[in-house]
Design a protein around this ligand. Structure first.
Ligand code: G3I
Length: 330
């Protein structure tokens, strides 16, 4: 049994992985990336972000994102767009621009509209014999909350308050009415102040008629520390009437790997997958890359890593079996 097949047998739309352009030169990597028994869906880890797509004001470059979309299209895989508005990986002209409210909102509008519009209809699903043209989903707003549930200070929030969130979502809807529009964040796997704040935000947006279709639960987790409330929390999100997706799953450990840590990691992957499986509204799972060779973790957390289900030599780890068991709910 393989992951994408098991995900679909569990009623999920897809199982997928993040990837990055520099990784596409590795032929063994690309062979597994295109293995549709494991992966139905790709997310570009960097190349659709603002610094990559609008490096100077009004000048758009889509080469990197296009290459990932082409890779996905060649295998009939879905693509999640990532992302429209985020405080990170912004070009200097946005952060240093010192724009007033109206100007910054028009910049957000132009960025989101052009980005989402560029990929409209470019990403397809093969269903039986027919081909449906649609973007599966966009992380329109990324990481807008602090862990204590307050809104994150950013150039966008400081200048516009919540208006940038509403503008981004409305603009994305107009640019591609078929795409599912998400707010995506980390540390919202279990219940707590941040998850509550996100639910309140979604309720507010819905009450104002602002389009919001999904909550992306990133799930950058730590071995042995999967929140015990994860299943219930995913259900609480889904009960708001939105889709839920696990968008950036990896489970890191303190290096070196030991058999004990790898066994706990297997259990942790199983716990996350069975939580998504148990919640009908949890529609898919994306790994934040499938191999330790290209994981972002060691570059950010010194002494930590081995977060993915495949090792640096592209060999399956016990975590792979954990995902299988999660979908089978063994
Ligand atoms: O492209 C440059 C390259 O020219 C340069 O030589 C190299 C030297 O450091 O840096 C390259 O840029 C790096 C970029 O990834 C592409 O590899 C940046 O330094 C590095 O900071 C950047 O990291 C990305 C990170 O977001 C930035 O915040 C990771 O690859 C990416 O996986 C990560 O993804 C985020 C999600 O978007 C949002 N959620 C959290 C997740 C993990 O941080």
């Amino acid at each position: 049994a393989q992951l994408a097949i098991l995900a679909q047998l569990s009623g999920k739309k897809y199982f997928g992985t993040a990837t990055d352009n520099s990784e596409l030169t590795n032929t063994s990597y690309v062979a597994q990336l295109g293995n549709t028994l494991d992966f139905h869906q790709l997310t570009p880890a960097n190349s659709m972000k603002w610094d990559a797509t609008e490096p100077s004001r009004g000048t758009f470059t889509f080469n990197g994102g296009d290459a990932i979309v082409q890779q996905a299209e060649s295998r009939g895989q879905l693509v999640r767009g990532h992302n429209c508005v985020w405080h990170n990986q912004l070009p200097d002209w946005v952060t240093a621009g010192n724009f007033d409210n109206a100007t910054l909102l028009s910049i957000v509008q132009n960025h989101c509209g052009t980005l989402v519009g560029h990929y409209k209809g470019k990403i397809y699903i093969v269903l039986a014999d027919s081909v449906l043209l649609c973007v599966v989903s966009w992380d329109v707003v990324n990481e807008c909350l602090n862990d204590d549930g307050t809104f994150r200070q950013s150039v966008f929030f400081n200048t516009t308050g919540l208006a940038y969130i509403k503008t981004a979502l409305r603009t994305a809807r107009a640019a591609d009415p078929k795409a599912k529009l998400y707010i995506n964040d980390f540390n919202i796997e279990g219940s707590g102040a941040k998850s509550t704040a996100l639910m309140n935000l979604v309720k507010e947006l819905k009450s104002e008629g602002v389009p919001i279709d999904g909550i992306g639960v990133q799930s950058h987790l730590i071995v042995g520390e999967v929140p015990t409330t994860m299943r219930q929390n995913l259900q609480d999100f889904a009960d708001l009437g939105v889709e839920v997706a696990i968008t950036e799953l990896d489970i890191r450990m303190n290096l070196p790997e030991t058999p004990e840590l790898l066994a706990q990691q297997e259990k942790d992957y199983q716990t996350v997958i069975s939580a998504c499986k148990a919640v009908r509204g949890c529609i898919g799972v994306t790994l934040w890359d499938w191999t330790d060779k290209f994981s972002w973790v060691p570059g950010t957390f010194a002494g930590q890593g081995a977060a993915c289900p495949w090792d640096e030599n592209f060999k399956r780890k016990p975590a792979y079996l954990g995902i299988v068991k999660g979908f089978l709910s063994l």
